[in-house]
Structures are given as structure tokens and as C-alpha cells.
Design a protein around this ligand. Sequence first.
Ligand code: G6P
Length: 606
Amino acid sequence: MCGIVGYVGPDPCAEILLDGLRRLEYRGYDSAGMALIEGTESKILRSQGKLTNLARLLSEHRPTGTTGIGHTRWATHGRPTEINAHPHKYGKVSVVHNGIIENHAMLRAELESNGHKFSSETDTEIVAHLVDDEVKAGRSPKDAVLGALRRVEGAYAICVLVDGAPDQIIAARHDAPLILGIGSGENFVASDVPAILNRTRDMVFLEEKELAVVRADGVEVMDLDGKPVDRKPQRILWDAMMAEKGGHKHFMLKEIHEQPRAVTDTIRDRISAKTAETFIDGFEIEIEKLRRVVFVACGTSYHAALVGKFLVEGLARVPVEVDLGSEFRYRDPLVSDSDLLVTISQSGETADTLAALREAKRKGARVLSICNVVGSTIARESDGVLYTHAGPEIGVASTKAFTTQLAALVLLAIYLGRRTGALDQESAHELIKDLLALPEQMKEVLDRGASVDVIARRYATARDFLYLGRGINYPIALEGALKLKEISYIHAEGYPAGEMKHGPIALIDENLPVVIIAPRGSGYEKIINNLTEVRAREGKVIAIASRGDNEIGSMVDDVIQVPDVRPELQPLLTVLPLQMLAYRVADIRGTDVDQPRNLAKSVTVE
Ligand code: G6P
């Protein structure tokens, strides 16, 4: 989704901004631009498509400004054209914006009736017009932005440059992340930490409805009434190197291989092998009061939530509901203070998940979040956070964030199970022992990627795929299908295997590859029946099976084996070949694996 980078300092900043935007490319975008102060006025450079087009413009124009703002846009209002790319300049004011101005139509009509002419189709351009009116009325840049924002409803992270005030950027946020990077004699603004992490590690996270005046020699933070707020910088400890490809062809491949390490980091320090208990970072759940756990998430994180239902109901015997953020927030959900809401989000910025969190809090629920990005909005607004510690995930298609969410959910289920009494100490001991052995088993699966390669080659030209699973592996069928469609653009559906006869069976013929997740455990015989039904209709079957299952091979076209583990832990292994299959198919088809078309890493609009 859209990215913002800003700089004020002694150096010409076009390259600094471009570099920052490149580091945000992973969020997904379809046009880019920057505004740079030349003399006392800002000049705008914008282009449709990838950043290489903007880089070409920079090499033609060679701007020298030392104050500037840059943006990558992911189209929401108005097509992905150069005219709609940010920054938008009107009069003396240039603006970049992430989010959506909800009352833009009304404001635009009003401004037009006062003689304003608009050059783009965007909601963002409204802000430039409103601020310019305030500047014309004699207000300082800061007061002009404060005045304009009083009229704006919706979500925004904005940066504004005003001609005649070349030494400052005005930045503000509401429902969209924005951070300030504190340097020495230079300061930065960005929508996400990786954009500027190679320049400074000291970051100020703006809170909701705050504005900052950013100059080379310092930053001033205030609320939207102009009242000063004291915000101390936080030091970011993770390394910029963690956000580099490290010799892999794509970030996604690197992140797939990082999973054993990432899962170790999730579980490390949160387990007492002695008492067979787990800890969720100081967060205590009042178990006597707890009636229900409600998981809310979007995308891949929603699939983790579905696995979470099996884990928490199975191990703790607490009723669980799972919902999508976009559904939960609008259905006047029944939640109360006896519910624990657990939001799951890699980025911690997904608008629908955040809105669901606020709705549940308003209704009195306590909120725990399973989140990867430290200091993100969801993390900050939750009562407790279980950080997954996966490290930065750059590939748009989520991999290590997912498996670390699963590991965090196992920790949560053990925590609850030990407190409800549903999980006795001995069983918890065994489960913890198996959990600790899992990263090594994940590595084994990943090291045997060659078999996936052969399968990927065979089916890379297929038009559709079907993924089937049962029980705790049903969400993995959904996730396998999602991975494939996200990055290879092949149509894929995930289905609970028992439902196949109620619809998808009609699709099966000799051209349909069907991936069946069939590890040993309860439901194994049933899924073998489903497998035979597919074969009887000449579908091609790729089975994910347990090591040691020597029978399944004769019934299917291809088998990928994974170590035989207890059902609760199977998803952490069965998903790995599916990630690799999606990756290999996409790579063979030559798609943009890390930044698939139309998708965004962090969806900060609803
Ligand atoms: C986007 C990403 C997905 C992600 C989903 C939820 O659609 O492309 O990979 O699963 O958002 O994101 P979150 O950051 O809340 O987990």
C-alpha cells in the first residue's frame, strides 16, 4: 500500500527519498512521485509504474533540493496514472497522503463552487486545496495544516510542503501510520521503519491525531489542537540487513527459509519446560471471567486464526469464534467483558483488523494481539501483545509471519489450557517438547524442496488448482490456495475435503491438479476417501503426507512427505510445501513474486 518518505537536512535529497521509496516497494504500488524544494518553491516529479520510471525523471531533471517528500501510490480513488500520482500541488502547497479522505466528495463540491479547479481524480488533492486556502489567509504552514485537517474526515498520514517555508515538512496522522526518524542535523518522515532504517535507528512513532513540524535541527510534536506533546524517540534494534534479500532471488524465498529460525524466536523465552507453562509477555488472562475467545484477522492472518480455533478449543476447551476484520466491524458484534478478543496481524496496521479491535474494546472486551511489527498501531492499542519476532517480512505473500503466528497460537492455547485445567502438566510437557523440536523438522522439509520443483514444473501451466484439507489442516488448504493465486495468478480454491461433494467435485477432470493435505491422524481415512473420489474422476492428485505413510504413494500422482507430528503441530509443517509450490510455480511463470499485481503488503484502507 502507499508509502511515504520525507527528508529535511543539509544534503540534496532526491536520491535519499528514492532509496527510501525503494525500501517500501514491497508494500505494493502503481505510481510514484516526489516534491523537492528548489529555491523556496517545490517542484513535482511523478510517474506511473515502477520506481525506475521516477529514477529516469530524476536523472533528467537532477534536482538539488535538500527538503523533500516522496510517495508510492496504490490506487484507491482514481486510476493509477501520472496525474493521480502524489504529490499533489495546488497553489503553494504540495501533499502526499496515505489513507482515504471519506468526505472528499462533499469538500470537492464545496471547493469547486468557490472557484477551485482540480487536476486529479484523487481524494488527496482536496488537502492541498484546503491547506492552500489557509496559507492564503495568512496562516503559518503548521496552522494551515491544522486548520485544513479540522475539515477532513477519514484516515490519513500526510506530509505537506509549503512554498516559502523551505526548511520544514508538516506531517500528521490519523488512522494510518507515520514515524519520524531522528538524525543528527537532519530528520526524516516515513510511513514505515524500513524506509529510513539505514539512515537512523531513532524513531518517534506519531500517535493518533498528532502533527509534527519537522526541521533539520529538530521536530515539534503536537495534537491536532496545536497543544505540544512530548514524544521520546525509540531505538529500533533490528538490523536493516534483515530487510535485504541475502543472496536469495526473492524476499519470499528468503523468508520461506527463515521460518525455522523465526519460529524459534517466537517460542524462545516464553516456555517453562519445568512447569510446562507458557507466558504471553506479562499479559494475564482472568480465566474465571473468560467465556469465549474471539479471533479477528484478515488474509493469511485469518487462516492462522482458523487454526487457532482448533488449538484453543482442543487444548483449552474454551469456545472460540473466528471472524474477518471487515465482517466483524460492521455487524454490531456481540462482545462483552467476558470475551477475549485476539487480533492477529503481521503488520499491525490492517485497517479492518484495527477497526474490529476498537469496536471490541468499546464494548468492553480485553484485547490481546498477535503481531509482528513492534510499535504498530494494533500493538499499541491492545491490552497485551504477543510479538511473533519473525523479523521484517517484505514479500507481499506472507510466509514466516504465518508460521510464527501459528507458533504463537500454540503458546496461547497451552497458556489457556493450563489455566482452565483442560491440559494437564504431563500432556503440556509432551506438547512443549514436540514444539521445541519443530524448527528442526521445518528445516528438514525446506531442505527437501527438490521434489516440489518437479511438481511445480509439471503443473505451472494449469488454469485452476483445488486444495483440500480436513480439521486443523483445512485452513492450510485455504492458505495454500491463497499463496498460489496471490503470486502465480492461477485460480485456486481451498475447500474442506468433506464439502467437496457439495460443489467442487463438478470441477474435477484430467486437467485439474488437486492438492490434498493428508497427514496421519484423525480424519485420515476420510481424506483418503476424498482422494479416491478425485482419482475416480481423473483429477491429478498431489498429496502432502506423513513420512512413513507408504500406502498413499500408490494412490496419487505425487507425494510430498513431512515428518509425522501430532495434529496440533501439523499445520506448521504441511504449509511449507504449499508455500514452496506457490513460489516455484510463480517463478516459472515469471510473475513479480515479491510484489504481485494489485496486492499490498499492509492494507491501511478498508
Ligand atoms: C494483505 C497482505 C496479506 C496479509 C493481509 C493481512 O492482504 O497482502 O499477506 O495476510 O494483508 O495483513 P496483516 O498485516 O494484518 O497480517
